[in-house]
Write a protein of this length. Structure first.
Length: 124
């Protein structure tokens, strides 16, 4: 029982962190009186195109993961049907809709790439 307790509730000292290293103070940026300098919160050099590209990659990855889970669920439903024609039909329908979902995902990804390439003036 004590071993189970240690595995479920690990000691809190494992979460201890070292303090961050001290950094020397930096001089304020030279600006004209009455003006404000805004810094890019995404980092220097990050553009709107890069931000959109990252968002599209994340959305595509999540959508693909959901489609994979639907394939697993459809296979599980089909394999546990025990001969029930309704459950077999339901499993097949899940496979069909997951496949259509993947086709839509890849098609929309291709269309977005074509449109963005055309807007940038590149050939796709």
């Amino acid at each position: 029982m004590p071993l189970l307790t240690i595995l479920v509730f690990p000691p809190h000292s494992a979460f201890a962190q070292t303090p961050p290293p001290a950094t020397p103070p930096t001089a304020p940026a030279a600006t004209t009186p009455g003006s404000t300098k805004l810094t890019n919160p995404l980092g220097e050099g990050t553009t709107v195109e890069q931000l959109l590209g990252r968002a599209i990659q994340i959305i595509t990855g999540v959508s693909g993961s959901v489609a994979l889970l639907m394939f697993v669920y459809g296979g599980f439903t089909w394999m546990t049907s025990q001969g029930s024609s309704e459950k077999v039909k339901k499993g097949k329908q899940i496979f069909i809709t997951a496949t259509l979902g993947l086709i839509i995902i890849f098609g929309s990804y291709a269309m977005v790439n074509i449109v963005l390439s055309a807007l940038k003036g590149n050939r796709f």
